[in-house]
Design a protein around this ligand. Sequence first.
Ligand SMILES: Cc1cc2nc3c(=O)[nH]c(=O)nc-3n(C[C@H](O)[C@H](O)[C@H](O)COP(=O)(O)OP(=O)(O)OC[C@H]3O[C@@H](n4cnc5c(N)ncnc54)[C@H](O)[C@@H]3O)c2cc1C
Length: 594
Amino acid sequence: SRVTTQDQLEYEYIVVGSGAGGGPLACRLAMAGHKTLLIEAGNDQNGNINITVPGYQAVVTNDPKLRWDIFVNHYQDQTRARRDPKFSYEVAPYKYYVGPDPPFGATPLGILYPRAGTLGGCVTHNALILITPHASDWDGIATITGDNSWAATNMDQYLDKSVMGVQPDPTISALTGLAGTLLVDPNSRLNPNRDSTQGFFQIPLIMKDGARKAVRDFIAATVKGGYNLTVRENCHVTNITFDTSGSKPKATGVNFLDGKYLYRASPLSGDQGTPGSATASKEVLISGGAFNTPQLLKLSGIGPFAELKSFDIPVIADLPGVGLNMQDRYEIPVNVKHGTDFNVLNGCTFDGKPDDACLTKWENNPYFLAQRGAYATNGLAGAMAVHSNYASTTDIDLFIFGGPVDFTGYFPDWNDASLADHKHFSWYTLKAHTRNTAGTVQLRSADPLDTPIINFNYFDTGTTAGGADTLDLNAMIQAVNTSREALRKYADYAILGGDAFVEEEPGPDVQSNEDIGQYIKDRAWGHHASCTAAIGADGDPNAVLDSQFRVRGVQGLRVVDASVFPRIPGVFIQAPIFMVSEKAADVILNGETT
Ligand SMILES: Cc1cc2nc3c(=O)[nH]c(=O)nc-3n(C[C@H](O)[C@H](O)[C@H](O)COP(=O)(O)OP(=O)(O)OC[C@H]3O[C@@H](n4cnc5c(N)ncnc54)[C@H](O)[C@@H]3O)c2cc1C
């Protein structure tokens, strides 16, 4: 019966979400001897080749068994939003049309933002790139909060704990001549000026012996190790429960729905699930990611008063900052097409078809990274770190990746399009330290299985104070010009073994800075959404968390995931989230508790 179930589900800690933030945290709590429940909406994809082969980092984002299709708005103005050829429509349940001139009756959705509902979260489908954040990212949190445990010098210890095996991308050795010209390690801690060092780098990947190995494997090993960790997969948390009898509401546990693929972002959804609940005698820790954490807080009565009231959700704590302050990077490509295929990709179908010779090679050489071939990489050959003319600090603010793909951002079936032939090469830019803090996550309805409404409010529709939007745009324009310059040099040396090429994106017609700027505004994308339940100073009305991850206005509740950052950190985001996860475990186990 329901009562028996409830009686059985008593834990010290409940962690909701098993990704970069929640996974390591739950493991550390259990390893310290605490009875811990880790709840995950998705399930364990152990044995699914799509998650283990690094070369399948595109196809895995399209795997219905783990993917969550979230559609977002870069601009709320629909005319402007539809200038992006990636703008998508629904023509039948989970069947999409991409681009202008949709069929009659198609429902506009926006821009696809891939997410993973699976054990290990987005770390189980991401591109494996592990770049550590800049010292200024941590020092900034220390300055905002006055909590010096956030200083970069102190945060270093969590990097040591969290890095579970990082190797340089061996594509490089397969591409003749380039290896010797690269600064090997963009994470080097031997270089005191690492954060401001420009140049060409190899790309560090979080994997072991050429296979993805990360949070999912850490969780599995912790369970296997006999620690007191229970993983409840196929379980969607619908709200946090509170004891409101005292002066401050105290989180006591969660309500959930058991069932496979319940969230409507999953193309396999349809079931309603079976209700249940669990209690936490110590704390509830929310790690649902930058979109789901604010959604879950709001569904639980923690958020902006007026929004909660409009959905008849009883208010537990009026925190206006929940779902505000969302940030991301801007990304943009320069893509060229060669006359002939890149030899290094010969035999690679990138989808596990029976004739996928590259998969055979990967499978037959399990112990020798160098012999596993193209699939032991994420397909990207190298990166340029650049300090643009528009950076606010001495830190590099552009990371420009190159590889033999045709990548123009995310849209339904982007994986097929990006690897349809082996003739394309793409340099694509990530803008770090973006200044736009105007993104929002709002409830669509009070139904926990609905996705929220997500507005990024790009460029001039977002933060404009101090010319923020123009500075970010100008840095991106510089990145396009730098990528074109790199392509001209690579043509001179034929260094990657390619022959003559023509530029397809942005294309020969897009030359003036004004035209490049318009191209960027129309087509930029991001995939490091963050900062939606941010740590902030005491007295800041928009601060959702204090410096110890505690949700303000309540007891026994913390957030630990991409949502916690006041400003988007570093160049890539999983390393900072791993570090935050380790710090949270340390604070909970050794610090003050609520
Ligand atoms: C295509 C792609 C490629 C990427 N590549 C890289 C990369 O190469 N390097 C890098 O640094 N970053 C990369 N990222 C970003 C990085 O993977 C994510 O930012 C990071 O995993 C976020 O961690 P998180 O803990 O905040 O959330 P997630 O990792 O998203 O984990 C959240 C988990 O919570 C679960 N959950 C949510 N709501 C509920 C609920 N109500 N009940 C139960 N469970 C719930 C979800 O199922 C999910 O498993 C990439 C992202 C994408 C989309």
